[in-house]
Design a binder for this molecule. Structure first.
Ligand code: NDP
Length: 325
C-alpha cells in the first residue's frame, strides 16, 4: 500500500514516514516547499522509489491536497502548527482546522483508493483544567480551552490557543465523517498522544531550534504525560493496519511524570554537553501529577507496547551527544 503523510518534515512525521517504510509501505510525504523535502530524500534514499515528496504550499487553501491524495490507500495527517508563540489565535486555528477538513475533503473528492485516514490529534483535545488530579479518557474533550479562546481571543494563554486548535480540528474531522457518512470510501481514526519525546530524525540546525516538545526535555519544570516518538509513530502504522481502529478515538501514551523523573532517569545526562538541570533527585516522588490518561484502549485495539522513560531518556542523550549538543 501507499500512504500520504502530511507535514512530513516535522519531528513526529519523519518517524511516521520511517515506520511506514519499515513496514513495507510506500510513502508520499507532503511538505510546504521543495527545500523541506531535501533532508527527507537524503535520509530515505535507501527506499528508492518507495519514498517521494510532494509540495503542498498552503494547506488552508481549498483543494490543497487534491493532487497529493491521488493513488494513496491511506493518509496520516500530522501537519498542524504546534507552538506557543501565536498572538492571534487564528494563526493556530486556521491551519489546524482548515488543514484537517481540507485533507478530508480532498480525500472525499479525489482519493478514490483511500480506505483509512489517521488524524494526529492530541491529549490537548482531551484534557481540561481541574482543581484535583484527574485521569482522562477518550470520553473527555477540551471544550474548556475552546470557550476560553472564544471569550478571551488574543488575551487567552498561548497554551489554551494551541489546545483549542487541536480540539476544534478534531471535532471538525468527526463532524465531517458524520456529514458525509456512507458516501466515503474510508473511515477515520484519531490518535491523541500527550507530549512526544525522543531522539530526532528531522532537520534541526541547532538545539535552540528544536520543535516545541523536544525543546522541553530536561529543562522544564512541572509535570505531564509523555510518549516516545517511535511508539506514537508506530501507532500511526497500526491505526492503518488494524480494521478495528476505524471510527475510533485513541489515547496513546505512558504514565504521568514530573520533570524531575526525567532528570533522575538520566545520570549520563550530566556527562553530555547539554545544560541539563539536576533538580532535587527524588523530590517529587510522592506527589500525584495533576493530569494522567487511561491509554488501555491503545493496548486493546492497536496492541501498543510502550518504551519506558529510561530508554527514551538514554536515546535522547546519546542522540544529542552524537550531534555535539
Ligand atoms: P513540528 O513542529 O515538528 O511539525 C509540525 C509539522 O506541521 C511540520 O511539518 C510543519 O511544517 C507543519 N505545519 C505547521 N504549521 C503549518 C501550516 N500553517 N501549514 C502547513 N504545515 C504546517 O511538530 P510535531 O512533530 O511535534 O507535531 C506533529 C503533530 O503532532 C501536530 O499535529 C501536533 O499537534 C501533534 N502533537 C504533537 C505533540 C508533541 O508533543 N510534539 C503532542 C501531541 C500532538 P513546516 O516545517 O513547514 O512549518
Amino acid at each position: 500500500g501507499k500512504v500520504l503523510v502530511s507535514g512530513a518534515n516535522g519531528f513526529l512525521a519523519v518517524w511516521v514516514v520511517r515506520a511506514f517504510l519499515e513496514n513495507g509501505y510506500a510513502v508520499r510525504g507532503a511538505v510546504r516547499s521543495a527545500d523541506k523535502g531535501v533532508h527527507l530524500s537524503k535520509i530515505f534514499k535507501e527506499y528508492g522509489e518507495k519514498f517521494e515528496v510532494v509540495e503542498v504550499p498552503d494547506i488552508t487553501k481549498k483543494g490543497a491536497f487534491d493532487e497529493a491524495v491521488k493513488g494513496v490507500d491511506a493518509i496520516a495527517h500530522t501537519a498542524s502548527p504546534y507552538h506557543f508563540k501565536a498572538d492571534d489565535p487564528a494563526e493556530l486555528l486556521e491551519p489546524a482546522i482548515k488543514g484537517t477538513v481540507g485533507m478530508l475533503e480532498s480525500a472525499r473528492r479525489c482519493g478514490t483508493a483511500v480506505k483509512r485516514i489517521v488524524v494526529t490529534s492530541s491529549t490537548a483535545a482531551v484534557l481540561h483544567d481541574e482543581p484535583t488530579p484527574q485521569t482522562f479518557t477518550e470520553a473527555d474533550w477540551d471544550d474548556q480551552a475552546v470557550e476560553t479562546v472564544q471569550r478571551d481571543g488574543r488575551n487567552a494563554s498561548n497554551v489554551h490557543k494551541y489546545r483549542a486548535s487541536k480540539t476544534l480540528a478534531e471535532r471538525a474531522a468527526w463532524d465531517f465523517t458524520k456529514t458525509h457518512g456512507a458516501s466515503l470510501t474510508w473511515d477515520l481514526t484519531v490518535l491523541n498522544p500527550p507530549l512526544i519525546l525522543g531522539p530526532i530524525l528531522h532537520e534541526v540546525p541547532s538545539p535552540s531550534l528544536l520543535n516545541t516538545s523536544a525543546l522541553q526535555i530536561f529543562v522544564s519544570g512541572g509535570g505531564g504525560c509523555w510518549v516516545d516518538v517511535r511508539d506514537i509513530a508506530l501507532a500511526h502504522v497500526l491505526a492503518v493496519k488494524k480494521e478495528a481502529a476505524g471510527g475510533e478515538r485513541i489515547v496513546i501514551g505512558r504514565e504521568a511524570f514530573w520533570w524531575q523523573d526525567w532528570l533522575d532517569a538520566t545520570p549520563e545526562a550530566a556527562k553530555a554537553n547539554l545544560k541539563y538541570q539536576k533538580g532535587k533527585p527524588g523530590s517529587q516522588k510522592d506527589i500525584i501529577p495533576p493530569v494522567s490518561y487511561d491509554a488501555s484502549k491503545s493496548v486493546r485495539i492497536l496492541g501498543m507496547e510502550y518504551r519506558d522513560m529510561e530508554e527514551t531518556a538514554r536515546d535522547v542523550v546519546s542522540d544529542y551527544e552524537e550531534r555535539g549538543w
